[in-house]
Design a protein around this ligand. Structure first.
Ligand code: PHE
Length: 358
């Protein structure tokens, strides 16, 4: 019995003395862990005479319960202290005037990357076009050559809104491509637009959020071919990643609204969770692209025998993660000022191709 008493005194003293959650956990493991002292004593029960076991078994169990309880209580106290300290550290005095103080207020990385992309394509003669977040089925799918009932519609994990009488349900747009359609229907070529925007798909993990950001590009002119697409996008990745020797490859792919379609990869080096473009022998997927499908041109009232074009779409959140080394997408949308301060950019330094992007 003296074992039990001395272990208990020891353990309770160590628990009371534990000054951090880590220290407390070390005590818990030393007593109750697989190789801990209490577990060790429990292991001796099997070899005891039945009489002795009858007495020691319940006593050891009770000891284990008392130590567990002490750990739980101490853990609660330490957590409360940690929270209190955090609240003091992060106190905001809401009664202070909202004076612009130096260093406060930062541009979110997604906005920074939007600005960088707009600066690069702006230099090539693209202008920005926008469209609604809530789209109808025709603009989001049908006009873009997704046949009705085609499985590609499901690939997008679409959020549907409640349908009115005799109408197809509206959708939260699953990509920025419907703005291609809106622009081709309302403007005459030549068209050179860049479409930044929010898009929505039912997905949620470290690299997918149900709302994310895309930038779409569209060029419609006479005599446009795959060479223009390639030159334009290779120039873009060099400027964006700020390296001259980017090696790019175009991998055949499928999108209903482009033919041929491709995904563009750039060569990179992956080491220790970091991706470096312009080095190494790995490949990094950057965007989807292709020549605008003749059906799409026809759906928008253009004659494919006269006008051709190319389009591309890229995920801004992902590019920001890659360029600025953020491992997880979810904090993007948590509005934590510490995160924004750490990863944010000065709102005063407008990116430009000649003056520097980042
Ligand atoms: N809209 C496509 C997507 O969201 C991307 C894309 C745009 C591909 C334009 C080709 C051309 O996946």
């Amino acid at each position: 019995m003296s074992d039990i008493t001395s272990i208990e005194q020891d353990a309770l003293a160590a628990i009371a003395a534990a000054a951090s959650l880590d220290a407390l956990d070390a005590v818990r493991v030393a007593e109750l862990g697989k190789k801990g002292r209490v577990s060790g004593l429990m292991g001796t029960l099997g070899a005891m005479a039945p009489e002795e076991r009858k007495e020691k078994g319940p006593a050891l169990n009770a000891l284990k319960v008392r130590i567990e309880e002490a750990v739980r209580v101490r853990k609660g106290a330490l957590e409360a202290v940690a929270l209190e300290a955090q609240l003091v550290r992060e106190t905001v005095d809401l009664t202070l005037p909202a004076a612009p103080s130096a260093g406060e207020g930062a541009l979110h990385p997604v906005m920074q990357v939007f600005e960088e992309i707009a600066a690069i394509f702006g230099d090539m003669g693209f202008r920005v076009a926008e469209g609604p977040d809530i789209e109808d089925d025709w603009h989001n799918f049908t006009a873009l050559n997704f046949p009705e009932g085609h499985p590609a519609r499901e690939m997008h994990d679409t959020f549907f809104l409640k349908a009115g009488d005799n109408a197809l349900p509206k959708v939260l747009r699953t990509h920025t491509s419907p703005v291609q359609v809106r622009t081709m229907m309302s403007e005459k070529p030549p068209i050179r637009i860049l479409i930044p925007g929010r898009v929505f798909r039912n997905d949620w993990d470290a690299t997918h959020t149900p709302m994310f950001h895309q930038v779409e590009g569209l060029v419609i002119e006479e005599g446009i071919h795959m060479g223009h697409l390639k030159g334009c996008l290779v120039d873009f990745v060099k400027a964006f990643f700020e390296v001259d020797n980017v090696v790019a490859r175009f991998r055949p792919h499928f999108f209903p609204f482009t033919e041929p379609s491709a995904e563009m990869d750039v060569q990179c080096l992956r080491a220790g969770g970091v991706v470096e473009v312009g080095k190494g022998t790995d490949w990094l997927e950057v965007l989807g692209c292709g020549m605008v499908h003749p059906n799409v041109l026809r759906n928008c009232g253009l004659d494919p025998a006269v006008h051709q074009g190319f389009a591309f779409g890229l995920g801004v959140d992902r590019l920001a993660m890659l360029k600025y080394g953020m491992p997880d997408l979810r904090p993007y949308f948590e509005a934590d000022p510490q995160w924004t301060r750490h990863y944010g950019f000065s709102p005063w330094l407008t990116p430009s191709v000649s003056g520097g992007l980042s």
